[in-house]
Design a protein around this ligand. Structure first.
Ligand SMILES: [Zn+2]
Ligand SMILES: [Zn+2]
Length: 343
């Protein structure tokens, strides 16, 4: 198969011919049709992820067709159109036995713990647990775009935020996951106030359904949100920084729920949050790591109804040969749609 190989951190990926993977006895090999390029891939490429060993193939937002299946696989067969969550479960640990595959103790993450989908073929273990069948009308490119940012936004709003129609939802940071959250919250019947530092991005958030927008450069975003909404019922830090985390907590009304979506890395791993406010307002603080594979049905139904259109977040499709260049460009926080490799 052809694969975009990483032989050294921070150096250009090269498309090379390498041996085809074989399916595990309980796994499949998927012929990749589309694979999203994500900032997490960039972190991996830069050497920020200790799970990655070289040589390596990135890629975790994939959709494709089953090309080979191990003898123990019962629920899937060659030719099935499928995707997987970026965090696959082992099926044996306590979180997996409770259905929480996204926080598996021995998780398999394509493109991190093993070779991923910047390739013609990718091997995926424990297919009966982890694979998700794609509904016929959903294209591969759109399906690939659901597997990471969209899915995490959906879990943040439904499972953790427990958003109800009529709620005010604040979204701090309108990158891929933030804009996904704007769209999904709107589809759930909530009113959204979107926060960002870029006027064009705020305009985009408005076009995707945000009722209000706040330019964080203009002053204290939390104060502005409280002024506009009386305090949000649910607030997401969709960027991942000490400032947006604290701002998200401070923008809540009493008994509101903060969901930490953006990763807190490097020297912002530990954030001082106003715990006095958490007590006085009886706030809830939640973290979201991804979405359990069992929740895919609900997410796909929302897409099928047309209430959300993930295609609106796709910026462009590229060839496998352009994957390395695209990855290298993700160091800058340039605002644009998602890039998806099409094979
Ligand atoms: Zn991703
Ligand atoms: Zn597990």
């Amino acid at each position: 198969m052809r694969a975009a190989i990483m032989r050294a951190f921070g150096e250009p990926l090269r498309v090379e011919a390498v041996p085809d993977p074989e399916p595990a006895s309980d796994g499949v090999v998927v012929a990749v049709r589309a694979s999203g390029v994500c900032r997490s891939d960039w972190h991996g490429w830069m050497g920020h992820d200790p799970a990655i060993t070289l040589p390596h193939v990135p890629g975790h937002e994939l959709a494709g067709v089953v090309a080979a299946a191990g003898p123990e696989v019962r629920g899937f067969a060659v030719g099935d159109r499928v995707t997987v969550p970026f965090c696959c479960g082992c099926g044996r640990c306590e979180p997996c036995r409770h259905g929480q595959t996204q926080i598996c103790d021995a998780d398999f993450q394509p493109g991190f713990t093993a070779w991923g989908s910047f390739a013609e073929l990718v091997a995926l273990p424990r297919a009966d647990l982890n694979l998700v069948r794609l509904p016929e009308p959903l294209g591969f490119v759109e399906a690939a775009s659901l597997g990471c940012r969209f899915m995490t936004a959906f879990a943040a709003l439904t499972e953790h935020g427990r958003v109800a129609a009529g709620d005010w939802v604040a979204v701090h940071g309108c990158g891929g996951v933030g804009l996904s959250a704007v769209m999904i919250a709107r589809a759930l019947g909530a009113s959204v106030v979107a926060v960002d530092v870029d006027p064009e991005t705020l305009e985009l958030a408005r076009s995707l359904g945000a009722a209000e927008t706040v330019d964080a450069r203009a002053g204290d975003a939390a104060d502005a949100i409280v002024e506009l909404t009386g305090g949000a019922h649910v607030s997401l830090d969709a960027l991942g920084s000490a400032a947006t985390c604290r701002g998200s907590v401070r923008s809540l009304r009493k008994r509101g729920r903060h969901v930490q979506v953006g990763l807190l890395l490097a020297d912002e791993r530990e954030v001082a949050v106003p715990m006095d406010r958490v007590i006085a307002y009886e706030l809830e603080l939640r973290g979201v790591h991804g979405m359990a594979v069992s929740r895919y049905d609900a997410l796909l139904r929302l897409v099928e109804t047309g209430a959300v259109d993930p295609a609106r977040l796709i910026g462009r499709t590229i060839a496998l040969e352009q994957a390395g260049e695209e990855l290298a460009s993700m160091g800058a926080f340039a605002q644009r749609g998602l890039s998806v490799i099409e094979l």
